[in-house]
Design a protein around this ligand. Sequence first.
Ligand SMILES: [Zn+2]
Length: 200
Amino acid sequence: MSDHADPFEWSGGHPALDFVNTLDERPFDPPIENLATYRDLVRFAELAKLIEPSVAAPLRKLSDPACSRVAKRARKLREHLHDVLAAAHAGQPLPQTDLNAIGAAIQVAHAARALVVSHSPGLAGHSWSRPVAPDTPLHACALSIEHLLVAVERKRIRKCWASDCDVYYVDTSKGQHRQWCSMKACGNREKQRRWRAGSQ
Ligand SMILES: [Zn+2]
């Protein structure tokens, strides 16, 4: 993938859901892996505004052997979140093993930050202790997942209604009637499918 390509699905409405949606076309075998490399992970974190471009640029140049391990851990973390979301969507109890794994990643992410002087609005803010450490984009994703799980209303976290689409999104519409990851992709396709089924 080139640095300028953007293969990611951005209809999640929350960076943690966009993160889950980086495994595209989930119902199909094989799905499309958009976090195949460390550079993909850095690119995602930058485009999702989870890390600053000034941090992403030096991270992209890293050739540390740890990088591919970080990408692997990020993909694992993503699947733990996916399992939690899938359980919630199915009305099943949330799997504690997945929550434990996510919780551990969040703890490590918190430990990677330091409190520094802030110019606005508070006296201090969080900053990465070592921004160019290979695991910074992974930590940024973990903190975003923490926000999704703790601060977003559960009933607003939805999965696309299209039978062949596993994209998750936050429904921010007033009446909470959003059915599709996007009208352009699944909405129109499903409407056509239903119309065809009805006219037979
Ligand atoms: Zn969809």
